[in-house]
Design a protein around this ligand. Structure first.
Ligand code: SAH
Length: 281
C-alpha cells in the first residue's frame, strides 16, 4: 500500500513539474520555430512538447516523426510542408506566407522542423520573414541529426583523442547540385571530422574533391541511415570507396561522418534491437 502510494506520488510529482504554468506562454498571433529532433519522438525538448500542446496550427516538414505529431493537441490544424526529393514540394515562399497568414489570424503557429531548425533547415530564412512582417516569434532549438543521430549510432562527434574541430557541410545547394560556395581545398584538411547532411547523392563527387585537395583516401566514412529510428542502419567505408556507392542503395535520410570518430562505434554501439521497440526512442 505504502509502496503504491509512494509510486503514485513520485509519478504525479514528476508530471506536476511539467505544469504548463512553468512554461513561457505561447501567445496567439506568434510563431514558434521548433526543432523536433532527429527521429525518435522522445528527443524533442520540453519547450517543443509544450508548444505541441498549445499550438492552434502546426506546419511540419517531411522529416518530423509522426510520433511527434501524435503528441500535439488533437484540435490543432496540421499542415504538411514537406520537401523531399522527387515529389512536388511547396515553395519556401508559400510556406512562410502560410506562417504569416495564420499568425495574422491570431493563431498560435508552430513551425516544426526535423532536427534543429537552424541547421540546414532554412529556419533563418523563415525568421527573416517573420522579422520583416513584424510577427512575434520564438526559436526552440532541437537535437540535430549530425550530433544526436550520430550518438544513436555510437559515434561521438568529438573525442579528445581524435578531433578538436568539426565541420558541418551540406552536400546540396538550393539547385540540387554540389554546393558551389564551399572552399573544398580549405575544408579538405581543416578538420579531422566533417559531418555531411543531404550528401548521399553527391558523396562520390564530394569524396573526389576532398581527396584531390589532400584528404587521406583511407579516411573512414560512416553513413547513418534513419538515425534514432527503429530501422537505423550504418554503412562504413573508406573515403576512396565512395565512388562505388553510386549504384548501391543507401536508405535516406542519412547523415554522413568523415573522420576517425566512427572507430568508436564498434564498442559504443548501444541502440540495440530491443531498445528499438520503444517507440519514443
Ligand atoms: N535541420 C535538420 C537537418 C535538415 S537537412 C537537423 O538539424 O538535423 C536534412 C538532412 O538531415 C538529411 O538529408 C540527413 O542528412 C539529415 N537527417 C535528418 N534526420 C535524419 C535521420 N533521422 N537520420 C539520418 N539523417 C538525418
Amino acid at each position: 500500500m505504502l509502496g503504491w502510494l509512494k509510486r503514485k506520488l513520485t509519478t504525479s510529482g514528476h508530471f506536476a513539474r511539467l505544469d504548463a504554468g512553468r512554461f513561457p506562454a505561447f501567445a496567439p498571433g506568434s510563431v514558434w520555430l521548433v526543432g523536433a529532433g532527429p527521429g525518435a519522438p522522445g528527443l524533442i525538448t520540453l519547450l517543443g512538447y509544450h508548444a505541441l500542446g498549445a499550438a492552434d496550427v502546426i506546419v511540419y516538414d517531411a522529416l518530423v516523426n509522426p510520433g511527434v505529431l501524435d503528441m500535439a493537441n488533437p484540435k490543432a490544424e496540421k499542415i504538411y510542408a514537406g520537401k523531399r526529393g522527387g515529389k512536388p514540394s511547396p515553395k519556401q515562399a508559400d510556406i512562410t506566407l502560410k506562417l504569416v497568414e495564420h499568425a495574422r489570424a491570431g493563431k498560435r503557429v508552430l513551425r516544426l522542423k526535423g532536427g534543429d531548425p537552424m541547421m540546414f533547415g532554412r529556419g533563418g530564412e523563415e525568421v527573416q520573414t517573420l522579422v520583416r512582417e513584424n510577427i512575434a516569434f520564438r526559436i526552440v532549438p532541437g537535437i540535430t541529426a549530425g550530433i544526436g543521430g550520430l550518438a544513436y549510432a555510437g559515434i561521438p562527434v568529438t573525442h579528445r583523442d581524435t578531433n578538436h574541430t568539426v565541420i558541418f557541410l551540406t552536400g546540396h545547394d538550393e539547385k540540387g547540385g554540389i554546393p558551389q560556395g564551399v572552399d573544398w581545398a580549405a575544408i579538405a584538411t581543416a578538420s579531422p571530422v566533417i559531418v555531411m547532411y543531404m550528401a548521399v547523392k553527391h558523396l562520390p563527387s564530394i569524396a573526389e574533391k576532398l581527396i584531390a585537395a589532400g584528404r587521406d583516401p583511407a579516411d573512414r566514412v560512416a553513413i547513418v541511415s534513419n538515425a534514432a529510428l527503429p530501422d537505423q542502419s550504418v554503412r562504413e567505408l573508406r573515403l576512396d570507396g565512395a565512388g562505388d556507392l553510386a549504384d548501391a542503395s543507401i536508405p535516406t535520410p542519412a547523415i554522413i561522418v568523415l573522420g576517425p570518430v566512427s572507430r568508436y562505434r564498434e564498442s559504443f554501439e548501444w541502440y540495440a534491437a530491443t531498445l528499438r521497440e520503444n517507440s519514443f526512442g
